[in-house]
Design a protein around this ligand. Structure first.
Ligand code: PBG
Length: 320
């Protein structure tokens, strides 16, 4: 008559049948870095297994992603020319619009999400237009971000993902998309994005390290949690269709709070430093390969529906 929870653990079939967290291939969003130029496939040193591709070299990568079962990608562009207002980001013939068109040819059913930010495109590496005093001019930046979003959607992006953390960004992008006939294009908002130390490898990949200062003026303080709920509420009011918490592994508590508070599809981003930390430990034999899988399950168990992850291909190999 003793209640024994272990009855449901002693056999793998019943264990699977009663398991509460399932990871599917369609949960995963695979980030791809696209660089300008030709014939480039360059490893990112701090992210073993992750590469930067020129548009003409996407074929193999996209074929592999499709074969693995990946259904959605998130594109980041790295231009050759950078200037103070990131003009390459809204060039209709720029690196991301070209990548979107190529992807559409290579993988017509792939769901293409375009990152909307300026740090990869500005010569100062900040996510917006800079004031004379070195701070970011929030409202002026909004005009540029809307232009970038529209450029990506016109090139064929299925969804835009503003990662810049400017106040009012979702509303401003929504307005411009609507005015141009793209009422049905959704926005995935990075609602709770922390000024994290775990973005280091991404900044190597995207060449987006700020030339001066840091991003604490616009990204969130990682000591705060209530603030994430306020930021998320604002983005939902402004028209976000999907909200995103980042960095994912460091913010499992935030994912859970946002999930409990709001009834809207929730994504989380396992960021570059989190990926690198686990991947490097696996490569050195300090952890076994399932550690990567466990970290993804943790993000889902915390409440995220979708996961942006550099490990998408290998995770697909671990699930049916
Ligand atoms: C751009 C952006 C960043 C990341 C995604 N979009 C970097 C940053 O804010 O510095 C980081 C993603 C990662 O680390 O994998 N603003």
């Amino acid at each position: 008559m003793v209640n024994r929870p272990r009855r449901l653990r002693k056999n793998s079939v019943i264990r699977d049948m009663t398991c509460e967290t399932v990871l599917s291939k369609s949960d995963l969003i695979y980030p791809i870095f696209v660089v300008e130029g030709k014939n480039k496939r360059k490893a990112i040193k701090s992210m073993p297994g992750v590469f930067r591709f020129s548009v003409d070299m996407l074929d193999e990568e996209v074929a592999e992603a499709m074969a693995a079962g990946i259904k959605s990608v998130l594109l980041f562009g790295v231009p050759l020319h950078k200037d103070s207002c990131g003009s390459e980001a809204y060039n209709p013939d720029g690196v991301v619009p070209n990548a979107i068109r190529r992807l559409r040819e290579l993988a017509p059913s792939m769901y293409i999400i375009a990152d909307v930010c300026m740090c990869e495109y500005t010569d100062h590496g900040h996510c917006g237009i800079i004031n004379p005093d070195g701070s970011v001019n929030n409202d002026k930046t909004l005009e540029y971000l809307s232009k970038i979003a529209l450029t990506c959607v016109q090139a064929g992006a299925d969804m835009v993902a503003p990662s810049n953390m400017m106040d009012g960004c979702v509303a401003s992008i929504r307005r411009v998309l609507d005015e141009n006939g793209y009422e049905s294009t959704p926005i995935m908002a990075y609602s709770a994005k922390y000024a994290s130390n775990f973005y280091g490898p991404f900044r190597e990949a995207a060449e987006s390290t700020p030339a001066f200062g840091d991003r604490k003026g616009y990204q969130m303080d990682y000591r705060n949690s209530d603030e994430a709920l306020r930021e998320t509420a604002l983005d939902i009011e402004e028209g976000a269709d999907v909200i995103l918490v980042k960095p994912g592994v460091m913010c499992l508590d935030i994912i859970r709070r946002v999930k409990d508070e709001f009834n809207i599809p929730l994504a989380a981003y396992m960021v570059s430093g989190e990926y690198a930390m686990i991947k490097c430990a696996i490569l050195q034999g300090l952890l076994n390969e399932s550690a990567m899988f466990e970290a993804h399950i943790a993000i889902k168990r915390a409440g995220a529906r979708m996961i942006v992850t550099y490990a998408a291909k290998e995770i697909c190999g671990m699930i049916d």
